[in-house]
Write a protein that binds this ligand. Structure first.
Ligand code: ZN
Length: 431
């Protein structure tokens, strides 16, 4: 009998071991094989950097247009965590989109103004909208969306569509912009178990590659954007939708007890410090956390995808104005720094006539062009259809433009023998 129990135990532990190995094996393979190879690919790409010619007199600012802080019920993010992450990711502006606090919401609130040189603008994600009033105001969330959108925009504010994988009132005539990429949208089809085990192994050195595992080209959303743009101009932008809340954290409270928080910043337990706490908790960091196991971090989200806005200066009204003009392209920053990239139109004598987001008459256009700090695959799309492709170039020049339409550019980088999407521009509208 004992023999039989011993045998069962043996098989059982072998099965457990196999199961653990099965889950950790891909992460270990990534750690020893795939990610070092990808790091090598990025290092080789960095060698190819060439500073692009400055085409426009506008400056480039890099920022986030949909992200959360402690003001949202599902984030605990404070400046002590947000500022270092944003500085490390070279972020110039953050337009927050914290979930609503009450049916009557007042602005400004939470973070508003400059913090360590980073422009922070308060806004809300609610009613399936991203709303930035940009001035002192009260928003009544019980107002039906069509009126609410009209009111905010009439008062000088911004109303954009988030999460464009979901159903939206696409034909509403007033919203100004829509997400063409959102990390949270992209992650919905991934296995959280795979991310979890991969993170356990690779969080120290390679978390940016763990993040890259979730990337899928958002073809459906891009196609919708292209088709909506045939009717009226809608600016495309990217969202990090960062909460830094897919984690387990613990901190000591003033009374010596320990507060445990789980995913979505939900409390797990508040308890006396027992054996588990003695084993797991170390000295609190500057933000008070004595235990942290993160799947998402502000830094890696901010470093994943950025909006590059061409504007005269870094202030709320100027950045907002140029976003609305579509002077914006998105880039996947952890692949390569897109600073200096530009998509523009030349007139018939080769002089700058328009930049991305601008509208221009067809008789005033010579050709379309782009400059990039890295060589890549340039695809020119007209009304959503690829009409030209050139590879391994830094500067792109199209044939002469003879037809009106919405022209946008996609640039991909050659990484690990694949073309990986890197930049999506707003269109130049040729009429
Ligand atoms: Zn959000």
């Amino acid at each position: 009998m004992n023999m039989r129990i011993a045998q069962i135990l043996k098989y059982f532990s072998a099965a457990v071991l196999l199961l653990v190995l099965y889950h950790f094996l891909p992460g270990l393979w990534n750690y020893f094989i795939t990610y070092p190879r990808l790091e090598g690919e990025i290092a080789a790409l960095q060698q190819k950097y060439k500073q692009p010619l400055q085409i426009s007199s506008l400056k480039q600012y890099r920022g986030l247009l949909h992200t959360h802080s402690y003001w949202s019920h599902d984030s605990r993010g404070v400046l002590g965590e947000i500022i270092p992450a944003a500085k490390k990711a070279n972020i110039d502006f953050i337009f927050f989109s914290d979930h609503e606090r009450a049916k009557l919401d007042t602005f400004p609130r939470a973070y508003s103004g400059f913090y360590n040189g980073i422009l922070m603008v308060p806004g809300t994600e609610n009613n399936d909208l991203l709303v930035w009033p940009l001035k002192e105001s009260v928003i009544d969330w019980q107002t039906p969306n069509p009126q609410l959108i009209k009111q905010v925009i009439a008062a000088g504010g911004l109303v954009f569509y988030p999460h464009c994988e979901d159903k939206r009132d696409w034909h509403n005539p007033d919203y100004q912009a829509m997400e063409i990429y959102n990390i949270h949208t992209d992650i919905k089809d991934e296995s959280y178990a795979d991310i979890f085990f991969n993170t356990i192994i690779n969080q120290g050195k390679y978390r940016h590659w763990v993040y890259r595992e979730l990337f899928d080209e958002q073809s459906t959303i891009l196609a919708r954007w292209d088709s909506l743009n045939l009717k009226r101009r809608i600016v495309g932008f990217s969202a990090v939708d960062a909460h830094e809340n897919q984690n387990i954290r613990a901190r000591y409270l003033a009374d010596g007890r320990v507060e445990w928080l789980g995913p979505n910043a939900n409390p797990i337990d508040t308890t006396e410090a027992g054996l588990l706490e003695k084993l797991l908790l170390s000295e609190a960091d500057e933000n008070g956390w004595a235990f942290k196991m993160y799947l998402d971090t502000f830094y890696n989200s901010y470093y994943f995808v950025n909006n590059h806005v061409l504007a005269d200066s870094l202030d709320q009204s100027n950045i907002a104005k140029h976003i609305l003009q579509g002077h914006l392209f998105i880039s996947f920053a952890s692949l390569a720094d897109a600073e200096g990239f530009l998509f523009y139109a030349n007139d018939k004598s080769g002089r700058l006539a328009a930049i991305l987001g601008d509208e221009i008459a067809v008789q005033n256009v010579g050709n379309l062009a782009a400059v990039s700090p890295f060589p890549g695959r340039f695809r020119l799309l007209r009304n959503g259809k690829i009409i030209d492709e050139k590879i391994d170039i830094y500067t792109y020049n199209s044939a002469d433009v003879v037809q009106s339409g919405n022209y946008r550019l996609e640039v991909a980088l050659r990484i690990d023998a694949k073309w990986v999407p890197w930049i999506y521009t707003n269109p130049i509208y040729i009429r």
